[in-house]
Write a protein that binds this ligand. Structure first.
Ligand code: SF4
Length: 221
């Protein structure tokens, strides 16, 4: 019998999903260690080093998720896809998780994952400092259940995002939700709300619910 592959895990805990169209669902968050990006607004900097956290076997992670028995499992990071064993972890979790989301930076290839995985891909804006990392080929692989998220730092990020919606044409026509989320320390939610109401882009606005529950220092999921 071969040993279960290992994944570097930063932490596993229960929370309320604070983002995406599944906001508000009780959730087990599986946070993988390591990220090759360095976004200006990153609120999980402790998870950026690839040597943070500890190795766990996929079998042990699945057992932990099964024991927690939540309706939603979210695999996040760091950048989970930066670890080669992530695809195997997602396939194993798909067998035990009623709903399974993956939060990814959008910088790495999202193809080849278990079809049950609902992928939430970021589009990195200029003020994130990581615009050059966007892997635009990912857009053509989006399917029902996936979502696209822009985290906006400033008015100029918002204007850039409006312009960038043109690049999402087929995904938008297919009904893939597009989420605009303000960096709450630099972009007042009221400003973003008013801009969206005025300009009528085909997007949803979201706030980070977990920060309203557990305070502004609560980690980004
Ligand atoms: S991709 Fe996510 S984890 Fe990585 S630096 Fe950006 S916000 Fe932080």
């Amino acid at each position: 019998m071969s040993a279960s592959p290992c994944v570097r895990i930063h932490e596993i805990y229960d929370c309320i999903q604070g983002e995406s169209t599944l906001t508000g669902m009780p959730c087990t968050l599986v946070r993988l260690a390591g990220c090759p990006l360095n976004c200006s607004y990153c609120d999980t900097p402790d998870a950026i080093p690839f040597d943070s956290g500890e190795w766990m076997t996929i079998d042990a992670i699945v057992a932990e998720v099964r024991m927690r028995n939540r309706p939603l499992t979210l695999v996040s990071g760091g950048e989970p896809l930066a670890q080669k064993a992530c695809a195997g972890l997602l396939s194993a979790l798909a067998d035990v998780a009623p709903l399974l989301q993956l939060e990814t930076s959008g910088a790495l290839d999202i193809t080849g994952l278990h079809p049950a995985v609902r992928r939430i891909i970021d589009i990195k804006t200029p003020d994130s400092g990581e615009e050059a990392r966007n892997r635009w080929q990912n857009i053509e692989h989006l399917k029902a259940g996936d979502e696209v998220k822009f985290v906006l730092c400033t008015r100029s990020d918002y204007d850039w995002a409006l312009h960038t919606l043109d690049r999402l044409g087929d995904a938008l026509r297919a009904g893939i939700p597009v989420l605009f989320s303000p960096v709450e320390s630099s972009l007042p939610a009221t400003d973003l709300a008013e801009w969206i109401l005025q300009d009528r882009p085909p997007v949803r606005m979201q706030l980070q619910m977990h920060k309203h529950i557990w305070g502004p220092e609560a980690m980004h999921v």
